[in-house]
Design a protein around this ligand. Structure first.
Ligand SMILES: [Zn+2]
Length: 446
């Protein structure tokens, strides 16, 4: 029940010992001893990191997927008729894909290809056959094999058992992550129950907060907390204004905040107009904030909206942004420093599997804002590494607003690093994570 972490650095103070009891920090001092001890060797002890926007089932499924250029190899290694799932496709790789191209690529397998945005699937003919006829969702075009925003229907039709979550739980623990907010609009009571079960079994040890499109009730044992209602916008067909206002009202009736997916400037403009009309509340969120024009920044501040950004996209997608986004609009991409300076609450996340799940890669990207090819995007939006780490340390119930700290009485959700914090932040990297504790239990020990 009791664990003592010895010789750690907390908030710049070295040589401290921390006694953990009943899942909480019971005492911080010098010369503390206990029956069970971990020698911190002078490394920093920080709150466990929180990923404020992640898609857990999508991330788990990624482990079983391939990229477009691995399809040929997959057709050789998997028996005819087997499913092959491709993630991360973008038209810059292979043009606009349709069913015919996929038939040529994999004539004897069931091939499905997901667009990098997650909003589009393309199927080959055998995959479409396997999905069956009738009851087609509005986003399905059989001639081209394309399905827009049809994940729930697809899951229903394929009936595949969900991928195991334990490898994801272990991977995230190795990054020092102790709390997760799943941002899937599709989370229904069934999906929520599977995540709760994974948490109870220890497969997914992190504390969970779940967004959802529809109603959701937290279980009595606290296996997950209910987060905001997620509103997913699609730039191809923005929703009816009154409809959107009604969705905000419905969230309020459920006693919930609203988190709106906003990647483009048009999506953000509509979102701000809806919050003006429906009223915003502290805790309402703009997810991504992919493009935020300068004039929208004071509006975000006035409406008290939190922006949950993904710094790692600048590194992972920066080369495409540099090529495709007009140079005049590039300063609007994934803003960070200008939001913080204007008093807009900001928190960070991965959006995994669409971005890397490694928060340390996100911290590094928030600091350097360089693409893989070394192009710097939005140099003025850079923040220092300490601030960048802080974007991952907030309470999941108050991203951008309530920093968690290593203090007596706090939950023992902790990340032990292998060096003092200033050294780690000079080269932010997950390799510095030595151990991760959730409610005082060691869930990762390198
Ligand atoms: Zn997302």
């Amino acid at each position: 029940m009791t664990l003592t972490l010895r010789n750690v650095e907390i908030d710049g103070r070295r040589g401290l010992d921390v006694r953990i009891s009943d899942g909480r920090i019971a005492e911080i001092g010098v010369g503390l001893r206990g029956p069970r001890e971990i020698d911190g060797r002078g490394g920093a002890l920080i709150p466990g990191l929180c990923d404020h926007h992640i898609h857990l089932f999508g991330l788990a499924a990624r482990a079983e997927s391939v990229t477009l250029d691995q399809v040929a190899a997959a057709t050789r290694s998997r028996p005819p008729g087997a499913w092959i799932r491709v993630l991360d496709y973008h038209e810059s790789q292979a043009g606009e894909l349709t069913r015919a191209e996929l038939d040529a690529l994999a004539p004897r397998h069931r091939l499905r290809v997901q667009h990098q945005t997650g909003s589009l699937w393309v199927f080959n003919s055998l995959a479409l056959d396997a999905l069956g006829e009738g009851d087609d969702p509005p986003g399905l075009e059989r001639a081209t094999g394309r399905l827009w925003r049809g994940d729930a229907w697809l899951r229903d039709r394929i009936g595949l058992s969900p991928p195991p979550l334990a490898p994801i739980g272990a991977q995230l623990a190795a990054y020092g992550i102790t709390a997760l907010t799943d941002a899937s609009v599709t989370t229904d009571p069934g999906a929520a129950a599977r995540l709760a079960e994974a948490h109870r079994s220890g497969a997914l040890p992190q504390r969970l907060t779940l967004m959802s499109g529809g109603p959701l009730t937290a279980p009595a044992d606290g296996a997950f907390a209910v987060g905001p209602v997620k509103v997913l916008l699609d730039d191809h067909s923005l929703p009816d204004f009154d409809d959107f206002v009604a969705r905000v009202a419905s969230a309020r009736r459920q006693g919930r905040n609203v988190a709106v997916h906003c990647v483009t400037a048009a999506e953000l403009a509509m979102t701000l107009a809806v919050f003006e009309a429906a009223g915003s509340q502290v805790g309402d969120r703009v997810e991504h904030g992919g493009v935020i024009p300068a004039e929208a920044v004071p509006v975000l501040q006035r409406l008290e909206l939190t922006v949950v950004t993904q710094p790692v996209f600048i590194a992972e997608r920066g080369d495409r942004y540099a090529a495709e986004v007009a140079s005049g609009d590039q300063p609007d991409l994934y803003r960070c420093a200008s939001l913080l300076a204007a008093g807009v609450p900001v928190a960070a996340s991965s959006d995994a599997p669409y971005g890397s799940a490694d928060p340390w890669a996100g911290i590094a990207a928030a600091v350097h804002r360089r693409s893989r090819e070394g192009v710097r995007l939005g140099a003025d939006e850079r923040i220092d590494a300490r601030r960048a780490l802080g974007l991952y340390l907030d309470d999941p119930a108050a991203p951008g607003r309530r920093l968690r700290r290593v203090v007596v009485g706090a939950a023992a959700d902790l990340c032990l690093l292998d060096a003092p914090l200033h050294e780690v932040l000079a080269t932010p990297d997950a390799r510095h994570v030595r151990a991760t504790l959730i409610a005082g239990r060691v869930v990762h020990d390198r």
